[in-house]
Ligand binder design. Sequence first.
Ligand code: GLY
Length: 418
Amino acid sequence: MKVLIVGSGAREHAIAWKVSASRLEPRILTAPGNAGTAALGTNMDVGAEDLDGLLKLAVEQSVDLTIVGPETPLAAGIVDCFEAEGLRVFGPTRAAARIEASKAFAKQVMEAAGVRTSRARVFHSLRDALAYVETADPPYVVKADGLAAGKGVVMSPGRDEAERALRTMFEERAFGDAGDTVLIEEWMTGQEISVFAFVDGSYVSNMAVACDYKRALDGDLGPNTGGMGSYSPPPFWNAEIETNVRQRILEPVARQMAEMGCPFRGVLYAGIMLTSDGPKVFEFNCRLGDPEAQVVLPRLESDLLEIALAASEGRLSEQTIRWSSDCWVGVVMASDGYPGGYETGFELSGAPPPSDGRIVFHAGTRLQEGKVVTSGGRVVTASARGVTISEARRDAYRLAAEVRFANAYYRTDIANLD
Ligand code: GLY
């Protein structure tokens, strides 16, 4: 069995690592991959957004299954392209990926499915959006409708911030077409959680839950990033919340999307706020989270490759999907300066090979003359297991301290739940 994994982050290294443990003993290709995925198979020099190149690669290499990590190729229709050529692929079609790629579409689905979510108004012009802000009370959350690499959500405590965000989207076109439609949403408060389930169009698997840290600096200060760390499972997750999320959020959304003619197959990721009024959705994504995958996939006791094959063929209910009760913490090590400017090309050393309970997942790394060097903002995630979150946290930080590169930066408060 030959498996192609699309992407180059620590999430994709985690996917490749889990797939490499499959009893189906696959050969793994990763496009474009990183120094971590190179140790598990072969990196192919094709970008994750080069759909034609990926299709050619999959055909030429007779790939049996493609697993797509990031949202951009999914939103661009990689699954539709591959399926049109008779290739098996794990991920949602372009129409189903709109659950992430259009926030207005996600609201439509939730409204039709009766799923509780933040109240939102959708605007297609600056004038109408500004008029609304004049009449509605702050605070607001201003969101670009389309994909904006995690930067399209602006928390706006007052009218001035909201107006600035709206002008950035509509007038300055900071996010291009993604900001042609803008949502102004209710600002919810509570604990944020990321919930993941495998879905095959109708069946929704057992879930895994994690929390991530989006700000660059300790104390949730500094700019937003792709994610600086995560832990799983959250100690406050319980059977009551799980039943609520399954019966009132994930299953109704999967049913609704099937009814709308765009059944969801892949990993459905619900961003949920645990408010004083119960769980409410603030966003959906159409893939595994990063850095959540780096703490969630190590807890998957079942065979990821078999799950992906079953989901891509609509027979997920035949699979037993088990998550261990172990705790995992992941600390993202970044290049100093990220998410702004940073230098790369520094040698990385000290990262031990994956072992039981300790894994360094690579992201912005590449091989150069037999050495691993840094090549991106987020460089690795140091993930470790424990019986409790605090034990996993201690070991994740010990692991991070073993990894060395010249301009390493990481938060020191990941999973500090005291
Ligand atoms: N953890 C945030 C994301 O993957 O979008």
